[in-house]
Write a new protein. Structure first.
Length: 84
């Protein structure tokens, strides 16, 4: 479901799905986070992409390069290259 949101650039729906996973005790993995960060990147939601990265670090989820790249692209496309 989150990857469908990524493909459509539906960052808010992706964000909500990731958030709901906590409520129902579903484990969030790197694939889920990567798709959510990708949705944020496609929508120019740099701040939300960074929040998801911090969530990855906080929850000690395995990281991958694609997730970081999507967050950096979201920042740079929004003129927030310094945050990247």
């Amino acid at each position: 479901a989150v990857s469908s949101c990524e493909k459509g650039g539906q960052w808010l729906q992706a964000w909500q799905l990731v958030d709901e996973m906590v409520d129902v005790c579903v484990k969030r993995d790197v694939c889920i986070y990567s798709a959510a960060v990708g949705a944020c990147e496609k929508s120019g939601q740099w701040l939300q992409a960074l929040h998801l990265l911090f969530d990855i670090l906080e929850n000690r989820v395995q990281k991958n390069t694609a997730t970081y790249i999507a967050a950096v692209i979201a920042c740079t496309h929004s003129g927030k290259w310094l945050q990247a």
